[in-house]
Design a protein around this ligand. Structure first.
Ligand code: 5GP
Length: 184
């Protein structure tokens, strides 16, 4: 059977993972982006089954108990996780599957999927990260501060990843990401 590849993109919240992923998918529609489950409430414009599967806490905990998640983590007071079945199905079909997840989950994947290509996206600086978190205006002040604190911890483990990309200029970072994924 054809065997695909798992690509994990991680980095602190606000670093631009989402923007990079959207731009990459526009260039490379053959990539399959995994849709995560979360207990966080939908933001304006987010669509069930497209942006996330929005679950309540007990439904999410059932998924954990029944081993239905490839990885999961708690982030800023909510659960986030990758449903396993779809990822396995797409990889078995020979597709390249992309996960866009936070750092603890991305670290855990090294054990369950040692062959995954794990990429860490870095901000040019912590000051720039704070600026980006504030300017996207999606989170309350407390959530921004909590995300910044978490980012400081997350940046400490970036060297454990297969590849590190600084997202300063979006086009440069995108090019580096594409080359990393498609030249391996
Ligand atoms: P947001 O609430 O801004 O959509 O996401 C918060 C963080 O959770 C982001 O860093 C995002 O990449 C991460 N995230 C989204 N889905 C998953 C997932 O399935 N697993 C893990 N571990 N993190 C996720």
């Amino acid at each position: 059977m054809a065997s695909g590849k798992l690509i994990v993109l991680t980095g602190p919240s606000g670093v631009g993972k989402g923007t990079l992923v959207r731009a990459l998918l526009a260039r490379r529609p053959e990539l399959y982006l995994s849709v995560s489950a979360t207990t966080r409430s939908p933001r304006e414009g987010e669509i069930e089954g497209k942006d996330y599967y929005f679950l309540n806490k007990s439904a999410f905990e059932t998924m954990i108990e029944q081993n239905q998640l490839l990885e999961w983590a708690e982030y800023a007071g909510n659960y986030y996780g990758t449903p396993l079945t779809k990822v396995e199905e797409k990889i078995n079909q020979g597709l390249m599957v992309l996960l866009e997840i936070e750092v603890i989950g991305a670290t855990a994947i090294k054990k369950s999927f040692p062959d995954a290509l794990r990429i860490f996206v870095l901000p040019p600086s912590l000051e720039e990260l704070e600026h980006r978190l504030r300017s996207r205006k999606t989170d309350a002040e407390a959530a921004i501060l909590s995300r910044l604190e978490r980012a400081k911890e997350e940046l400490k483990v970036s060297e454990e990843f297969d590849k590190r990309i600084v997202n300063d200029d979006l086009e440069v970072a995108l090019q580096e990401l594409e080359t990393t994924i498609f030249s391996n």
